[in-house]
Design a protein around this ligand. Sequence first.
Ligand SMILES: [Ca+2]
Ligand SMILES: [Ca+2]
Length: 501
Amino acid sequence: MRTHRRRHAAVFLFLSVAACLALAGTRSEAAVPLKSIRIASGLNNVLFVTSPPGDTSRLFVVEQRGPDNRGRIKIIKNGTLLSTPFLTTAVLPTGFEQGLLGLAFAPDYATSGRFYIHYTDTNNNVILARHTVSANPDVAQATGSILLSIPKPDVNHNGGWTAFGPDGNLYFTVGDGGGGDDLWDNAQNRDVLLGKMMRIDVRGPTYTIPAGNPFAGATPGLDEIWATGLRNAWRNSFDRMTGDLIIGDVGQNVYEEVDFAPAGTAGANYGWKCYEGAHRYLDSTTNPCQSCTDPACPMVLPAYEYSHESGRCSITGGYVYRGYDIPDLRGTYFFADYCTGEIWSGVFSNGSLTGVQNRTAELEPIGLSIGTISSFGEDARGELYICSDDEVYKIVPVNPTDVEPTPPPAGAALRVVGANPFRVRLQMEASSPVAARGTVEVMDAAGRRVRTLVDEVTWSGPRMIDWDGKNDQGRNAPSGIYWIRYRTETSEINRRAVLVR
Ligand SMILES: [Ca+2]
Ligand SMILES: [Ca+2]
């Protein structure tokens, strides 16, 4: 594969530049050969799978619509598809991109019972609604409450993704409003929620704006917006270990793209419709600079792009694998094209997706065709799934005895993964087998707190945590011995670190 680095003189780039690709059809050279196995069939228009944090026995399947045009969430429990749906929606509109589109369980679902759905209603609004579980853990309350209703000018480009970030806030995307070429110039317009990613805090009765939202309060632009310049970011994900955000943004006529944002990046403008992929496309008058090339309004170009050759038409963004069953795969990002059913993998490096390989031949089940790929999904242990038409597949090793699965830690764990003693950066991995609220702090040898690294955030699985050697005031801590303290509601772990200036 050849990789060109392109320079756009007029555009200041946060991130490195897109790769221009020749997507080779070669078989993977990964150490562990993969395959996919079908774990459920007979479903209706599957668009997503996910699990509540820490729930390792159930996988929840989102059906866009059934024959009665109602969206449903169904449960695969210990490998068996339950006949009673978890949730059945009202009758939803029948457009190709309409219906029940997204689902996210609250980090504290085990106690709050709250989950969030993203769908389109019969008035062509995009709806974000909260529901709660009933007394039966496999059945939800039928009625929920609408948190946001976003009007749209056209039926397509509804976005549809929603997920909780490592900060405990709810993120979701809405497409540019539809039509083609962003007719209404919405994606660059900070005064509409179309063509955007939003971030809201849903811990209270309705929702509030988290501190740090880029256009919060008096800053011009709608307070809910987290990122702008998206065309139709259909499937996105947080790397559950690093907190990095990965976006699969569907292109217009030629280029599909993957965008990458290091954890916590607020206010990024991903370029649409000034750019399609890494290529200058149309002008925008709603951009705050009223220009696509003013360095005062910088844009982030893709970490990766591919063109519509060979029938490719629409990216289905995926996940960075962080599971336990195939340790060799950790850090590998999987994504697909909706039209061709091709699946690729790569690794993020300095903001670019590198080493992209075609994994289709491996992951196409023998004797079966996966067909169109609407989404990937991740279960509570970080294992990955593929959603296709009426079926759900799981990515597994060809020969399970080829790999030595790493069992999830029995309890919370904290280990130093980088150099120790360290000079510049202490790298750690904190993991929790179940969703738990955790705090990570740096204490000095006298037991005084030097720095709060993670403040009461809920997560499950592994999470990468860095300490840059600074205290809470941003000043360099002196050389010496420090203790990294990881506390959850039920445990406390201390690890010794030595800072050498
Ligand atoms: Ca504002
Ligand atoms: Ca873009």
